[in-house]
Write a protein of this length. Structure first.
Length: 280
């Protein structure tokens, strides 16, 4: 009996510890670092210059990561460095955003989150080489749900004619010095720009500039042009932090995550997070 009570005490203690750790992460975005949980295991700004910026065998700066943050999630206007109301949405887009509810978001039912969304979990670039050099870059998210990889073509091709609109669009990349420039068109209208419900149209065209000013930091400059939803192009700026290297392996890896269709909890299923009670 004593052994059983001891075991139960240990289980409860571990469970409470995990709950406490999770609750520390709930506040969400901090500053201009797009959607990083408070207490996330990232390299702090004070240590960002503690090591030199690494480079790939071809001499290009190593942007692989893994990174945390660096995009929008809750509110692209705030997280991208704009003032309230500064995002130049057309009247119909502003009205639609105001009428959307969080539980309606496609991302909550295992559909892709789109660009420039991130979640509070790590993501990274993966490089693919052929005998001619860098051919593709893949952008991978740890909890990116369905279709959680984005392809950036680095072989010099252009955008093809007659693109079928898709969740990630068609991305072509190039280097400008140590900055990776990614040009994307061909987005569909299905994903939300943020969980606030900011919309876009199939006319959306984005230019992203990724740079690594120091070992622990990735800068993401995001220029969004969309004459269907915006009155003028807008540029937003995000910052990602390097996931702290694992002391045992010397690196950091993304964990496996499986999202099943209709495997919903929280706002998407009408449940108030942390209570188990309905929000309806």
């Amino acid at each position: 009996m004593k052994r059983l009570l001891f075991a139960l005490t240990m289980v409860v203690g571990v469970a409470l510890s995990l709950v406490a750790q999770t609750s520390q992460g709930l506040p969400g975005p901090t500053g201009q670092v797009g959607y990083i949980f408070v207490g996330s295991p990232v390299v702090p700004e004070s240590e960002a210059n503690s090591q030199p910026v690494p480079r790939l065998p071809d001499g290009k700066v190593d942007l692989t990561g893994p990174w945390v943050g660096g995009g929008s999630n809750a509110d692209i206007e705030k997280e991208g460095g704009l003032q309230p109301g500064e995002l130049p949405l057309l009247p119909w887009a502003r009205e639609l955003r105001g009428n959307r509810r969080e539980e309606q978001e496609p991302y909550t039912i295992c559909l892709p989150m789109g660009v420039p969304r991130v979640n509070p979990y790590p993501w990274k670039f993966a490089m693919s080489y052929t005998s001619k050099g860098l051919s593709h870059i893949y952008l991978l998210h740890e909890t990116g749900d369905a279709g959680a990889h984005r392809v950036i073509y680095m072989d010099g091709r252009g955008h093809p004619d007659g693109l079928i609109p898709s969740w990630w669009g068609h991305s072509i990349g190039r280097w400008e010095g140590d900055t990776l420039v990614v040009d994307t068109v061909g987005y569909n209208e299905k994903f939300w720009i943020d969980s606030r419900g900011t919309p876009h149209t199939e006319k959306m065209h984005t230019i992203e500039r990724f740079s690594r000013p120091n070992w622990g930091t990735l800068k993401h400059q995001f220029t969004w042009e969309d004459p269907g939803a915006l009155s003028k192009p807008v540029t937003l700026n995000f910052t990602a932090r390097l996931l702290k290297p694992d002391l045992k392996t010397g690196g950091g890896d993304l964990m496996e995550f499986i999202c099943l269709e209709d495997n919903q909890y929280g706002a998407a299923s009408g449940i108030k997070p942390g209570t188990g009670t309905s929000i309806k």
